[in-house]
Design a protein around this ligand. Structure first.
Ligand code: DGL
Length: 264
């Protein structure tokens, strides 16, 4: 069990913000990163569609015999399928639990910045309520962000305009903190920071998710004793993913990038 890989997935590039943190604190582990570019963006899909999409990924990881599945996607983390925290006996850790976890006790007015699907789901509301019933949660969907981040062709000025379009209005509102509730958004951290008031604390849950993975592996005695590797699989064009991901990966490379078809 120990020497099996960890499966990590997202609709595309966003989950790499999580993989960066995982590789940083668990360099000795084996990772298979799945970028589901064929169905990106997830944020606009219906519940049924998304469930079908995510099921094929879970099945793929079962076939690959991973020891743990890390859901590096908030939108997928809203599904009941994921909330069960296991699939066919394989444990699952999701980014929403890690996000809710990092919110400080003194926060009163919290802004969730996320995809349409995530903001329409009650997952964050329920989990924040359990953590601290005094928090007032405001949710803002930013449907243009993920397609623009994936395309990667906007100028800095155009990115700032797009971010301001959704977030500048919160400068006039009482907000103590904001959650980057989509794993793509840390890639636009500086623009989001500029759009909000300077005193707003911005939470990126990626680091905490990586910590939770480390704690889990240690607690279960699942740490790898074998050689490590990092493999990426893409359901979209391999060369495109390879080129774009290179700009995001921090101090490591994928040992292999493959194009896969996992539809059923
Ligand atoms: N990065 C994802 C998330 O955290 C998916 C976004 C999308 O594909 O719309 O929600």
């Amino acid at each position: 069990m120990n020497n099996l890989p960890i499966g990590v997935f997202d609709s595309g590039l966003g989950g790499l913000t999580v993989l960066n943190e995982l590789v940083k604190i668990l360099p000795e582990e084996k990772f298979i990163y799945l970028a589901d570019l064929k169905y990106s963006p997830y944020g606009e899909k219906s519940e049924q569609e998304l469930e079908h999409i995510v099921k094929r990924i879970l099945k793929y990881f079962v076939e690959k015999q991973v020891k743990l599945i890390v859901v590096a996607c908030n939108t997928a983390s809203t599904l009941d399928l994921i909330k069960k925290n296991e699939y066919e006996g394989i444990p699952i850790l999701n980014v929403i639990d890690a996000a809710v976890d990092v919110v400080d006790d003194e926060v009163k007015d919290l802004l969730l910045i996320a995809t349409k699907k995530t903001t329409e789901s009650s997952t964050y509301d329920e989990k924040i309520k359990i953590k601290n019933p005094n928090i007032k949660l405001t949710k803002q969907a930013c449907p243009k962000f993920v397609p623009a981040i994936e395309a990667g062709d906007l100028s800095d000025e155009d990115i700032q305009d797009m971010v301001d379009q959704y977030l500048a209005k919160y400068r006039e509102k009482k907000i103590d903190a904001a959650i980057l509730g989509c794993t793509h958004y840390p890639l636009w951290y500086n623009f989001i920071e500029k759009s909000l008031n300077p005193q707003v604390k911005i939470y990126n849950p990626a680091q905490n998710l990586a910590l939770k993975v480390k704690e889990f592996l240690e607690k279960e005695n699942f740490t790898n004793k074998d050689d490590s590797y990092k493999i990426a699989v893409s359901t979209g064009i391999k060369e495109e993913f390879e080129k774009k991901s290179k700009k995001i990966l921090k101090n490591y490379k994928f040992d292999k990038v493959e194009e896969i078809n996992i539809d059923f």
